[in-house]
Design a protein around this ligand. Structure first.
Ligand code: PLP
Length: 479
C-alpha cells in the first residue's frame, strides 16, 4: 500500500467514521434486515485478484451499514448498552496498528504494565479493596468461567486439572434464579454439569435468599457433594436484581465456597459513591467481574476481572512450555496465565484513553445522569394512565407495560405488549427489548449510551405512547 497511500485511505476511513457519528440518528436503530438478506449480497466465492479500497468501502456502505443495528445510536435503550466513545475508538485504531500479542510481559512490556496500572485505577474507581488484582478478559462469560475453574481447582486441590473430575465427589455451584445464562454455561463447560447448579429462589425484589442458600449448601455437603462456587449477581440482566453480597459471602465462606460477583452491567455504577452500598460485602468475595464495555464508554470487548488471591487463581491456568519461557519469568506478570486465551489484544490502551480523556468525574457525571433520567421517566410512566411499572428502577433500568384496559386478561396483556414492542422496534426510532417477570411480558428501558441526552429519553417516551395508541386503535380489546 505504501505510507502515503495508507495515509489517504486511513483519512477517508476516519472521515467516514466522523460522518457516521454525526448522522447516526438518521439510521433506524435496529437493522430492518431480514434473515439472509445481507449474505445474498456478498459473493459466494472470494475475489482471486485484489479489489480497490474504494470499491470495498462502497460495499461496506451499501451492503453492511444498512444491515447493522446501531448500538451507538443515542436512542438505543435495549438489552444493556455496549457503549463506546471517541477516545475509545482512537485507542482502538492504535491497538490495531500495533497489532501486538500481549501474552507475556516480554512480548509487550508496556501493554502488560499498563494493564496492571489501569486495573488498579479501575479497582479504586469502583471501591474494591487493594488486595484484588485485575486482568482484562474478553467477556464476562469468559471471566466467570475462569473463576469457576479456579474454584474447581481450589475445591479439588488441583485434582481436576491433574486427572479430571471422575474420582472426586460431585462439585456443586449456586446462583440466584435471576442469574445470567453465562453462569449455567460456565457450569457446563467446567465439567460440573447443570444438574449440580442450584438456582436459589429470590425474594420479592429479586435478590437471592441467603437462608435458602445456606440450607442448600448444607444439604449438598451432607450428602457427600462438594459445594465449590457461588455467584452473587449485582444487576441481573432481566430487571437488574441485586443479590445481598455480604450475606451470600458470609454464608458461603463458612463452607469454603468460592464467592464470585457478576456485576457485568451494574459494576460501572460503583464509580458513584452513592451507589457503593449495593456492593456492600465485596471485601469478603473471591472474585468480581464487570464490563467496561457495557457502561464505561469503552468499546467491546473489555471485561475487568478482579481476583483476591491472584496466586491461587493463576495456579489454575499456568502452564509454561519451553517455547513460551522468557527471562524475567518470576519478576513480571505474564497475563497469558490469567485465563483461557494465550494471545491477548492490547485492551488496556482504550481504557487508559477513556479514563484520561473523560476523567473520573466526567465518567461519574454521565452515569449519574443516566440513572437520574431513568428515575424521571419511570416516574412519568407511573403517573400515566394506561401504563404501569412492572419492576422498580434498578440504577438506569426499569420495566413497564401498556395496560389500556384493566379488564384485559394476563394473556391478552402479554400479547398486546409483545405486539407493541414489535411495532416500536419496526418503526426504528428507538430500540427496546423485553423480559418476562412472574409471567408478565414487560418492556425493558435502560439508559446507557454515551451520547444519550434527556431529550432522547423524552423522544422515546413520546414514541412509546404514539405506538401504543396506534396499536390499541388497530387492535382494540385482546385481539
Ligand atoms: C451482559 C451480562 C453478562 C454477559 O456479558 P458478556 O460480556 O457478553 O459475556 C453476564 N452477566 C450479566 C449480569 C450481564 O448483564
Amino acid at each position: 500500500m505504501g505510507a502515503n497511500d495508507f495515509r489517504h485511505k486511513a483519512a477517508r476511513t476516519v472521515d467516514w467514521i466522523a460522518d457516521y457519528f454525526e448522522r447516526i440518528e438518521a439510521y433506524p436503530v435496529r437493522a430492518p434486515a431480514k434473515p439472509g438478506e445481507i449474505a445474498a449480497q456478498v459473493p459466494e466465492m472470494p475475489p482471486a485478484q485484489p479489489e480497490p479500497f474504494e470499491e470495498v468501502l462502497r460495499d461496506f456502505e451499501r451492503v453492511i451499514v444498512p444491515g447493522m443495528t446501531h448500538w451507538q445510536h443515542p436512542r438505543f435503550f435495549a438489552y444493556f448498552q455496549a457503549n463506546s466513545s471517541e477516545p475509545s475508538v482512537l485507542a482502538e485504531m492504535l491497538t490495531a496498528a500495533l497489532a501486538a500479542q500481549c501474552m507475556s510481559w516480554e512480548t509487550s512490556p508496556a501493554a502488560t504494565e499498563l494493564e496492571t496500572r489501569v486495573l488498579e485505577w479501575l479497582r479504586g474507581m469502583i471501591g474494591l479493596p487493594e488486595e484484588f488484582a485485575g486482568s482484562i478478559q474478553d467477556t464476562a462469560s469468559t471471566a466467570t468461567l475462569c473463576t469457576l475453574i479456579a474454584a474447581r481447582e481450589r475445591a479439588t486441590a488441583g485434582q481436576a486439572n491433574r486427572s479430571g473430575l471422575a474420582g472426586s465427589p460431585p462439585l456443586t455451584a449456586y446462583c440466584s434464579a435471576e442469574a445470567h445464562s453465562s453462569i449455567e454455561r460456565a457450569v457446563r463447560i467446567a465439567g460440573i454439569g447443570s444438574e449440580n447448579l442450584r438456582k436459589i429462589p429470590v425474594d420479592r425484589r429479586g435478590g437471592m435468599d441467603p437462608t435458602i442458600l445456606a440450607d442448600r449448601i448444607a444439604d449438598d455437603a451432607a450428602r457427600g457433594a462438594c459445594p465449590a462456587w457461588v455467584t452473587a449477581s449485582l444487576g441481573a440482566t432481566s430487571y437488574g436484581a441485586m443479590d445481598p453480597v455480604r450475606r451470600v459471602a458470609e454464608v458461603a465462606r463458612i463452607s469454603g465456597v468460592w464467592v464470585h460477583v457478576d456485576a457485568a452491567w451494574a459494576g460501572s455504577a460503583l464509580v458513584l459513591p452513592e451507589h457503593r452500598h449495593l456492593a456492600d460485602g465485596v471485601d469478603l468475595v473471591d472474585s468480581f467481574v464487570f464490563n467496561p464495555h457495557k457502561w464505561l464508554f469503552t468499546n467491546f470487548d473489555c471485561t475487568a476481572l478482579f481476583v483476591r488471591d491472584a496466586e491461587q487463581y493463576v495456579g489454575a491456568f499456568a502452564i509454561s512450555p519451553e517455547y513460551l519461557k522468557t527471562p524475567h519469568g518470576e519478576e513480571v506478570i505474564n497475563y497469558r496465565d490469567w485465563g483461557i486465551q494465550l494471545g491477548r489484544r492490547f485492551r488496556a490502551l482504550k481504557l487508559w484513553f477513556v479514563i484520561r480523556m473523560f476523567g473520573v468525574e466526567g465518567i461519574r457525571r454521565r452515569i449519574r445522569e443516566h440513572i437520574e433520567w431513568s428515575e424521571r421517566l419511570a416516574n412519568t410512566i407511573r403517573g400515566t394512565d394506561g401504563f404501569e411499572i412492572v419492576t422498580e428502577r434498578s440504577l438506569s433500568l426499569f420495566c413497564f407495560r401498556f395496560v389500556p384496559d384493566p379488564a384485559l386478561s394476563g394473556d391478552e396483556l402479554n400479547a398486546l405488549n409483545e405486539r407493541l414492542l414489535a411495532r416500536i422496534n419496526d418503526a426504528g426510532r428507538i430500540y427496546l427489548s423485553h423480559t418476562r417477570v412472574g409471567g408478565r411480558y414487560a418492556l425493558r428501558f435502560v439508559i446507557g449510551q454515551t451520547n444519550t441526552t434527556w431529550q432522547h429519553v423524552d423522544e422515546a417516551w413520546i414514541e412509546i405512547q404514539r405506538c401504543a395508541s396506534e396499536e390499541w386503535a388497530e387492535h382494540p380489546g385482546g385481539s
